[in-house]
Design a protein around this ligand. Sequence first.
Ligand code: FES
Length: 130
Amino acid sequence: MNNTNSRRYFLKTAATFVGAAFFGLWGAMIHTQRKSKKKEVVRVSLNGNRKVLFHEDCIIINKDEPVVLSSHCTHLGCRIQTFENGQLICPCHGSAFDLEGNPLKGPAITQLKKLDFTLNKQTQTITIKI
Ligand code: FES
């Protein structure tokens, strides 16, 4: 091996190690960030006049037996904040869901996640763990 080939080999090897270290650290950082996201408790007052209530990470369907859905679209995670013609509409690519979270129109093909909650009928307050 001459000097040029030796230097080239060294640079390729060094670049491979630096790249592997970078992607390893990146993966570890993403994993730590996901793990550290705490469960959040949200309390929302039910407004008897509104059928659909949007809160940051959830959508509350206000009916006799309320339903709480994640507001994050199952396609690519955009936040759903629109209720039109009886459908929840994602602003990013136009997916539509019914009030049970079932997809009516793609590109999303899976149901919005249903969230656990408790309802205090006296105070008409709903508590959600997100
Ligand atoms: S993120 Fe909702 S349709 Fe794409």
